[in-house]
Write a protein of this length. Sequence first.
Length: 279
Amino acid sequence: MLLSQTQAQPVSNPTYGAKVSSLSAAAGDFVQLRNVYKSYGENLVVMDRMSLDMRADDRLVVIGPSGSGKSSLLRVLMGLEGVQGGEIMFQGKPYIRGADQSGSKRIDAKLQKQIGMVFQHYTLFPHLSVLGNLILAPVKVLGLNKADATERARKYLARLGLESKLNAYPSQLSGGQKQRVAIARALMLEPKLMLFDEVTSALDPEMVIEVQNVMLQLAEQKMAMIIVTHDMHFARDIATRVVFCASGKVVEEGAPADMFKCPKETRTREFLEKVLYLD
Ligand SMILES: Nc1ncnc2c1ncn2[C@@H]1O[C@H](COP(=O)(O)OP(=O)(O)OP(=O)(O)O)[C@@H](O)[C@H]1O
Ligand SMILES: [Mg+2]
């Protein structure tokens, strides 16, 4: 047994356990990757004909060694980078298709708007207040009027315990508050899927918890999420499925209880032993 003691509080939703135990159900068609191929230059393949399925009620946690392509996967899903081959379907519709060797983007912009992403490093606009950061995209991308966008911003800030920070500037916020504002900003577009790329790895421990709690709250609200994290305890608490990637491939995937207790593949076991030991 590799991981048995919990450090973080699991989702308090009473149905959580039931959801986790129903994981053996067939993989869904909310997100489907089919033979996706992506390389940087000729030699560095980061997605090596990768295939993956995700259900709308999944919280997929992606783990793997540094440089294994986890961020690349999320950046591709966010439409920030193209792929050279394969296909990605989102909600059953073609979303991204492989292009030529240049990896130029072929993406459905309408579907792209339904995905939100939060990055490891703070990405708030420093010259805008929290409110300014939150309403920018809804006004520009969705064409929402300012009053409606402001009302929506208040709603999300209140939900994330940040209502008093409406007029603050990013420089006046702690790291944890900045990341919570970044999450609120992504939620403003009311995405159907949220991507989180190591959003707590630059934070002090007490701030890690406040950001993780927000993510657990989203999990209770059944938000579909793909989370890249090196925090295996959090991974086990929030995931419905864990995906171990190495060398651009999915080496193993499964329910967190199985993956962390008895990984099947040697490569997964070696990785988990290493990171849990370092933990
Ligand atoms: N724009 C780029 N151009 C060239 N190479 C890149 C680019 N972005 C990433 N890479 C390389 O692709 C590989 C995969 O990078 P990626 O950031 O996806 O890994 P990761 O799994 O997220 O790693 P980490 O756990 O350290 O964040 C790395 O070797 C990285 O150096
Ligand atoms: Mg990364």
